[in-house]
Design a binder for this molecule. Sequence first.
Ligand SMILES: C[S@@+](CC[C@H](N)C(=O)[O-])C[C@H]1O[C@@H](n2cnc3c(N)ncnc32)[C@H](O)[C@@H]1O
Length: 209
Amino acid sequence: MSANEYIQRLFGAEDEVLQAVRQSIIDREMPTISVSPEVGTYLTMLVKMSGAQSVLEIGALGGYSGICLARGMSEDGKLTSLELEVEYAQLAHQNLIGAGFGGRVIYRVGEALVSLQQLEAEGEKFDLFFIDADKGNYVNYFEWALKLANPGALILADNVLWGGRVYDQENQEESTQMLRAFNEKIASDDRVESMLLPIGDGLSVSRVK
Ligand SMILES: C[S@@+](CC[C@H](N)C(=O)[O-])C[C@H]1O[C@@H](n2cnc3c(N)ncnc32)[C@H](O)[C@@H]1O
């Protein structure tokens, strides 16, 4: 058994709500790339521990991570979720409503980089960011998160181990190189303090100074 399997066995129990979300994604033949259960559990904890009230998610898919983030917020918390595909955003919204968070989430459909510009123009600020969309834009999303961050905000990103490819020096695929660049950036950027946790497919946690 790997460390990851051990962790998932102990800390990755999914309740019926999250199981139903995974099933709804399978039923619609959408990609089965939601966060792993243990990352979902940890997202809820990080929102709770940080006391984040305004959360921005980049990449909604079917709402699995959205529910995990919303579960950590207090009743007046607000989740803004950016998603490219209208059908995905609709399913995510349906699933958030089913989980009891319909009134606390707003979906913005389209290219996340465009939505981020709009959020800046509207003067929106956030306490916690969860980056989980196209890997080639992780560095751009990180820079946007810094612009939209309240002091002390957390910036989280999923898939930063990329199935182990980031530390396989023979792997030079573009997506791998982009994620390597992201990891190197958060490790050395003086504006944040960061750590990479080897849970799921790798979760990075950066705290804005
Ligand atoms: C890994 S999935 C998100 C999974 C979700 N965070 C979860 O764990 O439940 C990535 C999502 O990002 C969306 N996406 C990809 N490129 C995007 C872009 N340029 N702008 C906005 N969303 C994008 C995809 O449509 C997909 O739904």
